[in-house]
Design a protein around this ligand. Structure first.
Ligand code: FAD
Length: 468
């Protein structure tokens, strides 16, 4: 067909997967066009996900830490929250990063097309710009990085007091009473922010525990520290309906811990998962297979069933995490450039940026038990960490799991402040095939929280005698 322009590589969607793929392809000498329906680059992660949530979580954590200091001899006045300024801070963080991406695209001569893309055939994509004009782009190869959006519960009414994570991040006010529908990472992170700003929380979760995926011993530490934020933690319970009234959203529940009567909330956050955008890009016109749920299946080189069309990020499946998308994006770009790349990460870390943070990577203890894998475990309680005690935050622990025979590390978990910043070392150890002695004999700086990783390895080897 006829095209308005033509490129070696077309990337659909400018989230972490898409921009990483586009930049890598350009660095490898290919001509690249990046198609994004929104005005800024960065996708969910930079605009309405990872980054704005962490900007707000940072403010929440500083606020709460400052308040906690009164127990140790330093008091401030009551905090005054200026929501407009707080929002401006968060927006400033986002625009600094999205602006940076625009500059990086320009420097690499990656063409950015703003508009909604739909495939026209296996070598053409039609882009409809915000003003309604269309243009057709021809491509040699394509990388689909169209991401995901939050799942909407069909029985919840359309009301500004019922929001998803995007709405919650807008921070249009501070509710007195907030319901988190879904006790996963996104819900609990947003709950942490609103609670620090003064909201009382309820959470309803269909499964029998919050923060699924993390070992229960770690979640217990989080629960103990956070119990005071919640009026009701409703596990094994579902939301079955809601009514928008003038005085609030009245929500009804069903299940093991359901209150008999409907409960009133000022704000309801739906955080029950994310669904891929696979069905919204006319993939069939390019011959690309999309599953019933909207995912695109790919091989280890991120190739779809159509050999010159690749897919990466949330749209190819779990875990829906930015760092997974980035690595997949690099693989797809490298394969298109003729390199023999594969996505062969042994492990992908997960982090809940709550307070304390909960981070884990590789095999978890609950999985080991379930699958009958015999492990050697080393746990280092932060109550024995000089730094954690000095920080006034010694409730956490660091846990490493080793193969019982070879003593090679299989995974680990950390709960405590900055756990997310610490877990990378455990991921590196797994990727390098390190064993307990390698980790235990690595000299970590003292006094740091990171030391707890070396100590946990020594505990596993039975050689940890002097706790700092
Ligand atoms: P996305 O970031 O979803 O980007 C896809 C892009 O494609 C979007 O910009 C979209 O507009 C565009 N697009 C879609 N369809 C079209 C079309 N037809 N035409 C043109 N453009 C299109 N992950 C972490 O790793 N760490 C975190 O701390 C974290 N926090 C999160 C907090 C929240 C509140 C949320 C919602 C998510 C969070 N995530 C986090 C998940 C993370 O945001 C995603 O895993 C990541 O953004 C996925 O990247 P992606 O490139 O696959 O797609």
């Amino acid at each position: 067909g006829s095209a308005d322009s033509s490129y070696d590589v077309l990337v659909l969607g400018a989230g972490p997967g898409g921009y990483s793929a586009a930049f890598r392809a350009a660095d490898l000498g290919l001509s690249v066009v990046l198609v994004e329906r929104y005005a800024t680059l960065g996708g969910v992660c930079l605009n309405v996900g990872c980054i704005p949530s962490k900007a707000l979580l940072h403010m929440a954590s500083v606020l709460e830490e400052a308040q906690s200091l009164s127990a140790h001899g330093i008091s401030f006045g009551q905090p005054k929250v200026d929501l407009d300024a707080l929002r401006a801070y968060k927006d400033g963080v986002v625009s600094k990063l999205t602006g940076g991406l625009a500059g990086m695209a320009k420097a690499r001569k990656v063409a950015v097309l703003t508009g909604k893309g739909e495939f026209a055939d296996p070598h053409h994509l039609t882009v409809t710009t915000p003003d309604g004009k269309t243009q057709t782009v021809k491509f040699g190869s394509a990388i689909i990085a169209a991401g995901s959006e939050s799942v909407k519960l069909p029985f919840l009414p359309d009301d500004s007091r019922i929001v998803d994570s995007t709405g919650a991040l807008q921070l249009s006010g501070i509710p007195k009473k907030m319901l988190l529908v879904g006790g996963g990472i996104i819900g609990l992170e947003m709950g942490t922010v609103y609670s620090a700003l003064g909201a009382r929380l309820d959470v309803v979760e269909m499964q029998s525990g919050l923060m699924q995926g993390a070992d229960r011993d770690m979640v217990k530490v989080w629960e103990k520290k956070n119990a005071g934020r919640f009026d009701h933690i409703m596990l094994d319970t579902k939301t079955i309906g809601a009514e928008a009234r003038e005085d609030g959203i009245w929500v009804s529940f069903e299940g093991k811990n359901a209150p008999k009567e409907a409960q009133r909330y000022d704000l309801v956050l739906q955080a029950v998962g994310r669904t891929p955008n696979g069905k919204k890009i006319a993939a069939d016109k390019a011959g690309v297979a999309v599953t019933d749920r909207g995912f695109i299946e790919v091989d280890k080189q991120m190739r779809s069933n159509v050999p010159h069309i690749f897919a990466i990020g949330d749209i190819v499946g779990q875990p829906m995490l930015a760092h997974k998308a980035v690595h997949e994006g690099h693989v797809a770009a490298e394969v298109i450039a003729g390199e023999k790349s594969f996505f062969d990460a042994r492990v992908i870390p997960s982090v809940a940026y709550t307070d304390p943070e909960v981070a884990w990577v590789g095999l978890t203890e609950d999985e080991a038990k379930k699958d009958g894998i015999v492990v050697k475990k080393g746990v280092f309680p932060w109550a024995a960490s000089g730094r954690a005690i000095a920080n006034g935050r010694d409730e956490g622990f660091t846990k490493l799991l080793f193969d019982a025979e070879t003593h090679r590390i299989l995974g680990g978990g950390i709960v405590g402040t900055h756990a997310g910043d610490l877990i990378g070392e455990v991921a590196l150890a797994v990727e390098m095939g390190a064993d307990a002695v390698d980790i235990g004999k690595t000299i970590h700086p003292h006094p740091t929280l990171g030391e707890s990783i070396g100590m946990a390895a020594e505990v596993a080897e039975g050689s940890c005698t002097d706790l700092p």
